[in-house]
Design a protein around this ligand. Structure first.
Ligand SMILES: [Cu+2]
Length: 341
């Protein structure tokens, strides 16, 4: 179905050349720029409508999370590629609705934390500074030695370094692992960690959706739920995508206190790449059950323009904020993208 999105050999070669150019020499600080170049290389194959960006700079900014990938700083050490990230835990207050504000812990001033992205085989180095007034840690999902497992507390005002190989490829996550872990995660200390496969996936409009919950009265039940940090945000601000454009969702369920939720997409079916750890889909469905910390790649394209909801089919979860919609823009309009709202 998506064969037309497969990279040609010359484009693959160009990617390698760019990588070689970008990764040679020690201390290159433009890792993100290199990846932007790579993405630009494929931009003619991927149509992405201009995004409506919120004017405010709150820690919770779901539209900002949507297509934002942190590629870190690339260094070369002892013949290896090191991808270095800096994460600082802090404190913020976010507005869950017009009446309810909520104190959170943020990472680099945002909730969810940055979506970190590396390639399989690279060395990942995470410089973690804890300025959040309480002991925290960062525990990465992946394969690494025990001392890099991120379960030891890092006191307030202290820093630590986590370093490990990026393996295996897939959609992973990181989160604080200090007890009570339910609180430390639900109050904001989590993010997505994508390890790209050695052979790139076909070009697509890549979108991050992270489902989370808020227990604002400490009764071990969530009163609010959200995609990318804010309840109902994508209902009021639909995610614009183009008709017949391959969409690649990176979806994570990090809702504490509920054992599992589903992800349901209206008027379509999606290919499932479980944990993002395969290059071919394992199934096609429109409702996928996800336990806490489960995450997958979901791919689809919309045939017809219009608005289509997505939400967990635990409808109480959806009605309390984990609710959004895609606005599929007609293909004929893609050469003249809408002006930013
Ligand atoms: Cu913590």
């Amino acid at each position: 179905m998506f064969k037309n999105f497969t990279l040609s050999k010359d484009k693959l070669w160009s990617r390698r050349q760019l990588l070689k150019l970008g990764l040679t020499g020690a201390g290159i600080t433009g890792g993100a720029a290199i990846w932007q170049m790579l993405n630009a290389k494929n931009s003619s194959l991927v149509r992405v409508p201009p995004m409506e960006m919120m004017a405010h700079h709150d820690a919770a900014n779901p539209m900002q999370v949507l297509r934002d990938f942190e590629y870190g700083t690339v260094k070369r050490e002892n013949g290896r590629t090191i991808r270095e990230f800096e994460l600082t835990a802090g404190t913020s207050t976010i507005q869950l609705n017009s009446a309810v504000s909520y104190n959170i812990w943020d990472l680099n001033g945002r909730i969810p934390g940055p979506t970190l992205r590396a390639k399989q085989g690279e060395r990942v180095r995470v410089l973690f500074l804890n300025n959040a007034g309480h002991s925290h840690s960062l525990h990465f999902h992946g394969v690494h030695p025990s001392e890099m497992d991120g379960v030891r507390p890092v006191s307030n005002g202290k820093a630590t370094i986590y370093e490990f190989d990026a393996e295996p490829y897939g959609v992973h996550l990181y989160h604080c692992h200090i007890e009570p872990v339910t609180r430390h995660i639900a109050k904001g200390l989590y993010g997505m960690f994508i390890i790209d496969p050695p052979q790139p996936r076909p070009p697509a409009d890549e979108i991050v959706l992270i489902m989370s919950g808020y227990d604002v009265n400490d009764d071990n039940r969530n009163e609010y739920y959200a995609f990318n940090g804010l309840p109902h945000h994508f209902m009021h601000h639909p995610i614009q995508i183009y008709q017949n454009q391959l969409i690649r969702l990176y979806v994570l369920n990090i809702i504490e206190f509920d054992p599992a939720v589903t992800f349901h997409l209206h008027a379509n079916f999606f290919d499932v790449y479980r944990s993002g750890m395969t290059m071919t889909p394992s199934e096609k469905t429109d409702v996928l059950t996800m336990g806490v910390a489960e995450r997958h790649i979901l791919e689809f394209a919309f045939r017809y323009p219009g608005k289509y909801m997505f939400h967990p089919h635990q409808d109480a979860v959806a009605e309390n904020g984990c609710m959004g919609q895609f606005e599929v823009v007609a293909e004929k309009d893609s050469k003249n993208p809408r002006k930013q709202i």
